[in-house]
Design a binder for this molecule. Structure first.
Ligand code: SAJ
Length: 436
């Protein structure tokens, strides 16, 4: 196969853009492709249209060097990396339409010996589906020369630029030659092991990794509900249990968000509905956790008496990012606004300028600065453990009903100790700190 100098990265989102930028930083010429004019313009101006530490410097540098540019059109290239969304349909099966659209744009550009990589998280068989789509449009080509592989991304949002380099990678080829070629491309920036397999195993490995995490978070979430019922502080419980050398329980929260862990396990369930029982139960448990949080708010509002003001701290799907996709916090904020119509909801999210669309129609919810929200609130509902919230002085919670779904204050040795200890704090406020 010809040497790879020019790479087209299709989809300049949370994965595509970092991958494009790091390849460009390593000397390749990268053409980024996106359907959004706004994204294309931002990248061509050297800007990143979302928050990801260190990515800005990579993109600005590569654009200034002329090694990275973006366009709406798919160009000719030596290699293509498809990093488009794979949402799920109403029945939880995967929606492959973005992959199909990318394949349709790549097909006319091919000469025959290029490398086409699917990075998008996909159900088993999706890489083959993409290849079949290309070959149907280009019957003059075949997998004897065209190389098609799946290289699932595994980077953690917030640490993408580090983990692109340090995480081991799995590369699954439709042919061994495709896997080898993909390994060659990723070795431009990946310092860790690049492990070769077939495409279906690589697809499944990605889904299994995220399902493993989902199942373990579901366990932690179940423990938080049980502990609440039994009057046990779940954060202390987990800390203690984790002192066992072979126990490592994850952290409970208000539910599981993001575009990966809340989505990918469904692809396994859809592929083997009769057998994926534990995986499905974990999805259902994690999806059900927001109901439990809303019931906690209901109880706090009963105690407070209405009309009350509720500060909702955090809307992102996890700490220190601006990503709102599948965020349980947004669903919870929306439901509180709807179910407790007389309550005033003050949403605090330091990473955004305006309320997400899903909340804009709610008349009783407003985006508020942290200090103002804490001052006005009767009930403080902590949904995301952003660093800013960890700095909240314990005395600004005094006298309020506090529901700490992430355990940043409500854990022994952390701010909760301070909250409980502050002078002049009414006894009932101390008891109102909900242990779960
Ligand atoms: N969460 C908890 N408790 C925990 C850990 C996470 O409630 O102990 C929640 C988070 O708050 C969030 C959700 O789970 O709502 C997912 O967050 P995350 O940090 O576990 O994962 P993501 O979605 O940011 O990234 C995951 C990672 N997968 C694994 O760790 C196995 C990442 O490596 C993948 O690349 C990414 O999915 C992806 O793109 O698939």
């Amino acid at each position: 196969m010809a040497e790879i100098n020019k790479v087209a990265v299709i989809g300049l989102g949370y994965i595509g853009l970092p991958t494009a930028a790091i390849l460009a930083a390593n000397g390749l010429t990268i053409k980024g492709v996106d359907v959004s004019q706004r994204t294309v313009d931002a990248v061509n101006a050297g800007r990143v249209p979302f928050v990801e530490p260190d990515l800005g410097a990579f993109v600005a540098g590569a654009v200034a060097q002329g090694t990275l540019s973006a366009s709406l059109e798919t160009p000719e290239a030596d290699a293509y990396i498809v990093a488009v969304p794979t949402p799920f349909n109403a029945d939880h099966s995967a929606d492959l339409s973005y992959i199909e659209a990318a394949a349709d744009k790549i097909a006319p550009q091919l000469k025959g010996d290029e490398l086409v990589i699917l990075e998008s998280t996909s159900p088993p068989g999706a890489t083959e589906h993409m290849a079949n789509r290309i070959l149907a449009a280009r019957p003059d080509l075949s997998l004897d020369t065209l190389k098609v592989a799946h290289c699932p991304e595994r980077v953690l949002p917030g640490r993408v630029m580090v983990e692109l380099v340090t995480n081991d990678r799995i590369v699954g080829g439709l042919t061994p030659e495709a896997a080898e070629a993909a390994r060659g491309l990723y070795s431009n920036f990946c310092d860790a092991d690049i492990l070769l397999t077939d495409a279906k195993t690589a697809e499944m490995a990605k889904l299994v990794e995220n399902s493993y995490r989902d199942v373990n978070i579901a366990f932690a979430n179940e423990l938080s509900i049980i502990s609440d019922k039994l009057g046990i502080n779940v954060w202390e419980l987990i800390e203690l249990a984790n002192r066992h050398p072979r126990v490592n329980i994850l952290q409970p929260g208000p539910g599981v968000g993001g575009h990966c862990i809340a989505v990918d396990p469904w692809f396994i369930v859809a592929a083997a509905p009769e057998d994926a029982k534990l995986i499905k139960q974990a999805r259902d448990s994690n999806d059900g956790k927001p109901n439990w949080v809303v019931s906690k708010v209901e109880k706090a509002l009963e105690d407070t008496g209405s009309p009350a003001t509720v500060a909702v701290l955090g809307l992102a799907f996890k700490a220190n990012i601006d990503d709102m996709r599948e965020s349980p916090a947004i669903g919870i904020a929306s439901r509180i606004a709807e179910e407790f119509a007389s309550a005033r909801i003050l949403a605090v999210e330091p990473h955004i300028e305006e309320l997400p669309k899903a909340l804009q129609d709610r008349v009783n919810i407003e985006l508020t600065e942290l200090d103002a929200a804490l001052e006005l609130a009767d009930v403080v509902l902590l949904l995301v453990d952003h660093d800013q919230f960890k700095m909240v002085p314990a005395n600004s919670l005094a006298g309020k009903r506090v529901i700490d779904t992430r355990g940043i204050w409500d854990r022994p040795g952390s701010a909760a100790g301070d909250v409980a200890a502050i002078n002049g704090m009414p006894e009932e406020a101390v008891h109102a700190i909900v242990a779960h």
